[in-house]
Ligand binder design. Structure first.
Ligand code: FES
Length: 348
């Protein structure tokens, strides 16, 4: 049967929103028809941005990359809404608050390049300024943890990058971008990008946000440039002088990959209760810090936290392998899934 089914979304703040979806449609497209903008980037089952959790109902899920949705997650009802077709009425949990999914179309501001700097470790810092639209409005609001899609100038190729600065009135957006060999955006950054260039953008998007309810300690587990959205969160925590006991685990493969160390030192001095640890997976004999992955260090501390009755909110950002390993560690030690907030790296 090809009739339409009722989809009830339960948001992170426990609100509900409904729309209809035909059996031949996916949830993201059907939501868009009802003017509901859900987080989605690739629309092809590769990025994981449209992750949800089916509470009840039957559905068929098309093929997708294991990095975007692991088998374990799928076994627990995890779905990618861009690949999911209902076979009956469904109830789906999403990790966004209602205010993040009903705000109509995502803005597509034009931005100007203010700076391109080498941060070390093959990472470039790209600083943009949002320009006013034709009615003179500057669409520059975002929340720490969100990302923007940036278009390679002169093409229609877009890449998604997390914003690393704190929300500000001057319309500035900072990104930390690891150069990828032969990457389209990387090639532009290396060969073409200069101050004054303009580029089309889309966003902000995404629901990887600080969980503001309560005073639970916060743990941030980052791999490589997965630290960018966490810097945005921590910079806002510095501005608001938030006193949550917090620890950042920042993982890199070698010492040659080090970047953003000065920024992290500044945050340690300005966020009231922040400590941080750089974890090097394959260090030289000179390395004095933690040897291993950030998940190893996180697991060591989580065990001690849970033994003391402390249940931290855990923020994970990096490649799928890091997220899966951290989720498995939390599961093994008994931290509930609801304490985990994650953002997987997008391909490309
Ligand atoms: S939008 Fe669904 S996986 Fe990318």
């Amino acid at each position: 049967m090809t009739g339409s089914h009722s989809i009830r979304l339960i948001t992170q703040d426990d609100k509900e929103i409904s729309f209809d979806c035909g059996a031949d449609e996916n949830l993201i497209d059907a939501a868009a028809k009802a003017d509901i903008t859900l987080p989605a980037v690739c629309h092809e089952g590769n990025c994981g941005a449209c992750h949800g959790h089916c509470r009840s109902g039957d559905y068929v899920q098309e093929s997708h990359s294991a990095g975007a949705l692991s088998e374990q997650d799928e076994g627990h009802g995890g779905i990618l809404m861009c690949r999911t077709h209902p076979r009956g009425d469904m109830v789906v949990e999403v990790t966004s608050d209602l205010s993040h999914i009903t705000s109509g179309p995502v803005p597509e501001p034009v931005c100007e390049v203010l700076a391109v700097d080498d941060m070390g470790g093959q990472v470039r810092r790209l600083l943009l300024k949002v320009l006013p639209d034709e009615s003179g409005v500057v669409h520059s609001e975002f929340e720490p943890g969100q990302f923007m899609e940036l278009e390679v100038p002169g093409t229609d190729i877009r890449r998604a990058y997390s914003i690393s600065n704190a929300p500000n009135w001057s319309g500035e957006l900072e990104f930390m971008i690891r150069l990828q060999p032969h990457g389209k955006f990387s090639s532009w950054l290396i060969d073409g990008a200069k101050v004054g260039d303009r580029l089309n953008t889309k966003g902000p998007e995404g629901s990887f946000l600080l969980h503001q309810a309560g005073i639970a300690p916060r743990r941030f587990v980052a791999g490589g440039t997965g630290v960018a959205p966490m810097l945005s969160m921590l910079r806002q925590m510095a501005e608001f002088q938030e006193t949550h006991e917090s620890h950042l685990y920042f993982g890199l493969t070698t010492e040659a990959d080090l970047f953003a160390i000065d920024e992290i030192e500044e945050l340690k001095a300005s966020v009231p209760n922040l400590t941080a640890e750089v974890c090097i997976w394959k260090p030289t004999a000179d390395w004095q810090g933690f040897t291993g992955s950030p998940v190893d260090a996180f697991k060591r501390d989580l065990q001690a936290d849970l033994a003391k009755g402390i249940k931290p909110d855990v923020y994970l950002c990096g490649p799928p392998g890091l997220i899966d390993a951290a989720e498995a560690a939390a599961d093994e030690l008994g931290l509930p899934y609801s304490s985990l907030f994650s953002e997987r790296f997008l391909p490309g």
